[in-house]
Structures are given as structure tokens and as C-alpha cells.
Design a protein around this ligand. Structure first.
Ligand code: PMP
Length: 346
């Protein structure tokens, strides 16, 4: 191993255990399968697997461009939005990077991987982002909006404030969860040359297993990312995933309905957890971040696991009393709520 990677602590993905079937509420996947159109399009590609995929990802970029009301030269696609974010850290890291102390855990891994100087900015006590902390930093800024694992979001006006306050630096807005109630900043990418918005098919579009993400920005930022993509792996998105992507985009109405169901289930779960004495942070995402004074965060996580329900627990000082609970189907949420009731009564 090269010396510079000696002390790298890799990202820890959520558990994917195989010892028994679980109600999986730990990695913010969609409870719904992909659209029939996505499945049919991916299947049709199977017999063409002897051929490389289109390195320009032309058809998918066209479909994304149409969906988001931009031109295709403003879109790039990646193997999950993780890859797009990785390219963004690689491309714009020399200025130093900045992100909140509590946010998507991969940011600090990318910063370490690329040897970048990182300014980690504490969230307020209530886990909200103080926009003033992100003005004139002289660094590349990464903001997950909605944030993870809190689910809190900034308004479009607040995002614009950050973008305008850093005209000479790139601001990356990670919108993995935006379809569950946030406001997308894609509309600002026409106006600002320093804004990159990333998105994913893993959450609202039910394709976590396919690994598909995208970035939208002005053409020159997209060109930078494309240079890195072609210098890393021009065939980064496989044929089946490309096809599933445009199949899924042809069914945005199903995506919209699925998001609505998740939002309804989120309101339901929040209400029931609150009734049981939980403090639930208001979420704009497909998960809630919740704590209960009656039981320690880790104990609840372990007891739920024993009962066959997986949620995500983070063992850090500021987060250890909380659990992040993915919002799934109503049946999954009822299973969670029943298990919690039993645990609290015991
Ligand atoms: N951003 C955030 C905030 C996330 O939580 C995730 C999912 N773990 C990602 C990006 C990456 O998602 P994907 O690579 O599946 O697109």
C-alpha cells in the first residue's frame, strides 16, 4: 500500500447482513421496486453485454437534461452520486474543502483520500446549518441538502446565499434526498458558474442496486468532471444501469407517487414516535433522526436488531443517543413501531 494511504479510514457502509431476513430501515433505500420500464430496458441490454456501454452516456444525459430543463452539456453521470462527489473532491480540492461536522460520512473520507485540507464546521446545537458560517470561506464547500443523518434542509434562498458569498469557489450541493420535500438548486445552475448539484437514482428512483448518480452544473464544471471520469473509467456506468436509468426517467409519475407515499409514511411514523416519547427531528428526507429519553440510542438499535429490524446508529458523542430510521412501506413502519412499543414496555 502506498504510504499516503497508510492512515486512511474507509467509509463504513450501512450493514447488509445475510444471517436472517430483516426489515431493512438502515440505508435509506426505497421500499418500492424500480419501474417496469426500467426493468424492461435493463433486461433488453443483457444480450448486448459483449459490447461496451456508450462512454458519453448520451441517451441518459439527454433524458436527465430534459427532466431538469437543462442542456445535455450541463449533465454528467456517475456510478452512484458517490462517484460524482469523488470527482468533485478530486477536481476542486486544492482550494481546501469545507463541510459540516455532522453530514454524509463520505465527505471526510474523500478529503483524506485526496489529502485535502478540510475545515469541518460544527452545526448548531439543534443540528441546523448556520449559513453565515459558509460565507467567503475561500474553499470548496460541500452541503448535503437535505442533510444526512438529520434530514434537515436549507431553503433555496439560503443555498443561493452560500453560492453568491463564494463566487471564486465551487459550492457542491448534494441532493441525494431532495425529492422527499426539499427544494432543488438545479434551477440556479444556469445563473451561477460555481454551483454543482449532485443527484442520485438510489433513493426516490428505487435504483440503489444499479449505482447511478448525476451532476448538473455549467458546461465548464461538467467538462472538469468529465476529464476526471475519462481519466479514471470512461465506462463507469454499465449498459443495464444506463438503460434502467432512462427507463425509470420515463416513469417520473411513479417516482412522484412513491415519494408522496414515503412522505405520508414519514408523517405517520413521526406522529407515532412522538406519541411514544421520542424527539424526532423534522425531516425533508426518506428517513427520520430520532432519540428517546426512555432508552439509550445504542440499546434501542441493538434491541431492534434482535427483533429483526435494522436501523442506523452512529457511535459518536453528538449522535449516539439518536437512530436514523429509513422510511419504508406502511407495513415496515408498523413493524418498527410495534417492536419499539414492546421494547419500551419491557
Ligand atoms: N449523498 C448522501 C447525503 C447520501 O446519504 C448518499 C447515500 N449513502 C449519497 C450521497 C450517495 O448515494 P449513491 O452513491 O447511492 O448515489
Amino acid at each position: 500500500m502506498s504510504r499516503r494511504f497508510d492512515r486512511l479510514t474507509p467509509y463504513t457502509p450501512g450493514e447488509q447482513p445475510v444471517d436472517k431476513p430483516y426489515v431493512k430501515l438502515n440505508t435509506n433505500e426505497s421500499p418500492f421496486p424500480p419501474s417496469d420500464k426500467a426493468i424492461a430496458a435493463a433486461k433488453a441490454e443483457l444480450e448486448r453485454l459483449h459490447l461496451y456501454p456508450d462512454p458519453t452516456c448520451g441517451k441518459l444525459r439527454g433524458a436527465l437534461a430534459q427532466r431538469y430543463g437543462v442542456t445535455p452539456d450541463r449533465v454528467m453521470v456517475g456510478n452512484g452520486s458517490d462517484e460524482v462527489l469523488s470527482f468533485a473532491f478530486m477536481a476542486y480540492g486544492d482550494a481546501g474543502v469545507a463541510y459540516p461536522d455532522i453530514t454524509y460520512g463520505f465527505y471526510s473520507v474523500f478529503a483524506d483520500l485526496y489529502g485535502l485540507d478540510a475545515k469541518v464546521i460544527p452545526l448548531r446545537e439543534d443540528f441546523s446549518v448556520n449559513v453565515e458560517d459558509y460565507k467567503g470561506l475561500g474553499r470548496t464547500i460541500f452541503i448535503a441538502n437535505p442533510n444526512a443523518p438529520t434530514g434537515l434542509c436549507l431553503t433555496l434562498a439560503e443555498i443561493e446565499e452560500i453560492v453568491t458569498a463564494n463566487p471564486d469557489n465551487v459550492v457542491v450541493v448534494d441532493e441525494a434526498y431532495v425529492d422527499f420535500g426539499g427544494e432543488s438548486a438545479v434551477v440556479l445552475t444556469d445563473k451561477y458558474q460555481n454551483l454543482l448539484v449532485t443527484g442520485t437514482f438510489s433513493k426516490s428512483r428505487s435504483m440503489a442496486g444499479a449505482r447511478l448518480g448525476f451532476g448538473i452544473a455549467c458546461p465548464s464544471l461538467i467538462q472538469d468532471l468529465e476529464t476526471l471520469r475519462y481519466s479514471t473509467n470512461p465506462y463507469n456506468v454499465n449498459r443495464m444501469t444506463l438503460a434502467a436509468g432512462w427507463g425509470q426517467l420515463a416513469d417520473e409519475e411513479t417516482t412522484r407517487q412513491n415519494c408522496q407515499t414515503v412522505m405520508d409514511n414519514r408523517a405517520y411514523t413521526t406522529e407515532k414516535l412522538t406519541e411514544m416519547g421520542f424527539d424526532v427531528i423534522p425531516s425533508c428526507a426518506n428517513f427520520v433522526f430520532a432519540t428517546c429519553p426512555k432508552i439509550e440510542g445504542k440499546a434501542l438499535y441493538l434491541k431492534l436488531k434482535e427483533a429483526g429490524i435494522l436501523v442506523r446508529h452512529f457511535d459518536t458523542e453528538r449522535l449516539k443517543e439518536y437512530n436514523r430510521i429509513t422510511i419504508g412501506s406502511r407495513a415496515q413502519m408498523d413493524a418498527l413501531l410495534t417492536a419499539i412499543k414492546t421494547i419500551l414496555e419491557a
